[in-house]
Design a protein around this ligand. Sequence first.
Ligand code: HEC
Ligand code: HEC
Length: 150
Amino acid sequence: MKHIIVMATLLITIVGCASNSPVAFLRGSDITASDQAPDQKEYSESIPGVGSPELIQRTFVGQPPLIPHAVAKYEHITIDENVCVNCHITDEFKGVKMPKMGASHFSAVAKQADGMPDVNMVRWQCNSCHVVQADAKPLIENTFIGHTAK
Ligand code: HEC
Ligand code: HEC
């Protein structure tokens, strides 16, 4: 009796699977096909402070603002080298207006040579939160609507 039940279950499963429509893959090709190279994306090439690229509107409160300028030359961040900081530690650098990092980015104890607060090392790896933008089409439709004051 036990055997009959097992056989019947197996048969129902096989028939059930066969009648299903083929699986639709999100990437658009069969699982056995090799991956296609992704499209080359064009990242922002605007030089910071030149031609004043507009700041990108934030979509939710607490969002790390998106980077509106090119970063290829600044992304090599080491323990003692961080070009992002050179500009963003102040609101004016070599006569050009800069968006200065907020108070959240500064240390309560560490000081710069001139006695002003230094960057909090918790914020040192800028590109773990702030990202540069490419003109890329979303892979799937997104209906998210952001709400911010700025
Ligand atoms: C040469 C100076 C300079 C350097 C280096 C630089 N930035 Fe900027 N950054 C600017 C200026 C100026 C702006 C204002 C918009 C513009 O002109 O591009 C800006 C805008 C931004 C913004 C937008 C702020 C907002 O409120 O919307 C972020 C975030 C940012 N930069 C992050 C970075 C990060 C991260 C790096 C390093 C990978 C970096 N920047 C390197 C000068 C600089
Ligand atoms: C842990 C995530 C995180 C890291 C790391 C980080 N930021 Fe931010 N950043 C934020 C968030 C969130 C905001 C918006 C709220 C705020 O000011 O705290 C912000 C705001 C900013 C702003 C705009 C300030 C304003 O008042 O409009 C600048 C410029 C900026 N960050 C630059 C940097 C730079 C340069 C670094 C690296 C030294 C860095 N950030 C590292 C999360 C981060």
